[in-house]
Design a protein. Structure first.
Length: 426
């Protein structure tokens, strides 16, 4: 389990004398064999700028920084995998923040790269290798030609071709879960927002936010094009937009018009769930699926990260409860971070939140953030830190009727249940 590091030209090396070190919260820890799986298909290795790699001397057990002009290396995992640890390193310049990605500890063993993670969902549909970029380009042109005045298709073409976003690519490939962004505004100021950052944040947003208010016609065209098969999903609320429910009137009218023409597929919204009244109207219009983004079920932690404007975590809970009572298949987009999500108080609070809201699915999503900046923002741990692997075990034991996954599912009765590591998760 040898340390992996990189030089200034992004050449990657394994250290012959040092083992890899990982990080949980603020603590550097030794990796164990049981923590590791082979680097998954679709994962990439990246150098962490302004860092110094740290390994462990197997003879003395001491943590040892690697001298010279080198930096730490992390893995960016595809959807469907939950990381156990962040890479171990020290910063050479604490004023510089890492780009907004979810870094995972990686080591070298005799037969290849290994990462500290587990598979938490069937990742086949979200494997980038299963997205033919040439076909995406052809379908982008086809739909741009068919709808030359639809500004949403033009916006999504950049997402699909420029950012290689899989959800927007699906919109053009007309398969699985596709995107239909609607909002340039947001009622939260998320610390790690990937589409809009204040000038003094120190972060660079990796995506460009939607810059216009679409018409109902533009939204309906995309929805009707996508909802052509029973398993198709069209989703409001993407990384390239703000909070979709701020455009509730557009969404409500679009859903009603689409459902007058077809009952095919599923309509989903990815939301922070703060605008309860707006989301009640969207639910009543015919919503099928709701995924609510959250980082914690504790107010102080939630507020520190989301910086909500005009709503509280209580509103989020109320929205989820209403949607569940109306038959919407509800889930949370759970932004997880080793050494934080697996704290004793976080686990207890989340179990209570899930039970009170009637959630059906927890989507484990690795938080894209600079670890030091995030840990400086949120409250310190109050209880024991159990580890991400134990966290998953606790959730499965305490919440047996809740699916643990990584991306949007349809209700199990309407499709086959996902099989993870040989076990069916319902």
């Amino acid at each position: 389990m040898h340390l992996v590091y990189a030089d200034k030209n992004n050449n990657v090396f394994d250290h012959p004398d040092l083992y890899g070190v990982a990080r949980s919260g603020n603590d550097l820890v030794e990796l164990l064999e049981d923590d590791l799986i082979p680097l998954p298909p679709g994962a990439t290795l990246v150098a962490l700028p302004n860092t110094r790699p740290v390994g462990i001397d197997p003879d003395s057990g001491r943590m040892v920084p690697v001298p010279g002009d080198y930096c730490a290396v992390g893995a960016l995992l595809p959807q469907g995998y939950t990381r156990f640890y962040v890479p171990g390193y020290t910063k050479t310049d604490k004023t510089q923040l890492l780009p907004l990605f979810g870094y995972t500890a990686v080591v070298w063993k005799k037969d290849g790269f290994y990462v500290a993670a587990c598979r938490s969902d069937d990742a086949e549909r979200w494997n980038p290798e299963n997205c033919d970029r040439g076909e995406v380009k052809r379908q982008v042109q086809r739909l741009l030609d068919k709808y030359p005045d639809n500004r949403l298709y033009k916006h999504l073409s950049n997402c699909a071709l420029g950012y290689e976003c899989l959800t927007s690519s699906n919109t053009f490939l007309q398969r699985w879960e596709g995107a239909v962004p609607v909002s340039f505004a947001c009622n939260a100021g998320c610390f790690g927002c990937i589409s809009e950052q204040p000038d003094d944040s120190g972060f660079v947003s990796p995506q460009t936010r939607l810059q216009f208010k679409p018409t109902v016609d533009e939204v309906v065209e995309i929805m009707l094009e996508h909802l052509r098969t029973p398993e198709s999903i069209i989703s409001f609320g993407q990384g390239c937009e703000g909070e979709p429910s701020t455009q509730a009137k557009i969404i409500v009218e679009a859903i009603k018009r689409v459902r007058e023409q077809t009952s095919m597929g599923y309509i989903n919204i990815n939301t922070n769930a703060g605008l309860t009244d707006h989301l009640r109207a969207i639910t009543d219009a015919g919503l099928d699926l709701m995924r609510v983004s959250t980082i914690s079920a504790l107010d102080d932690h939630y507020n520190a990260y989301y910086k909500p404007r005009g709503y509280t975590l209580a509103n989020v809970e109320k929205t989820l409860r209403y949607a569940a009572d109306k038959g919407v298949y509800t889930s949370i987009n759970y932004l997880v971070f080793p050494g934080v999500t697996d704290r004793e108080e976080e686990i207890e609070a989340m179990i209570g939140f899930v039970r009170r809201t009637g959630l059906k699915l927890i989507q484990m999503r690795n938080l894209n953030i600079d670890p030091d900046a995030y840990l400086a923002l949120i409250p310190e741990a109050k209880g024991e830190i159990y580890g991400m692997k134990t966290l998953l075990d606790i959730f499965r034991e305490e919440l047996p009727d809740v699916t643990i996954g990584s991306f949007t599912h349809v209700p199990p009765a309407a499709g086959s249940a996902p099989k993870i590591d040989g076990k069916i998760r319902l």
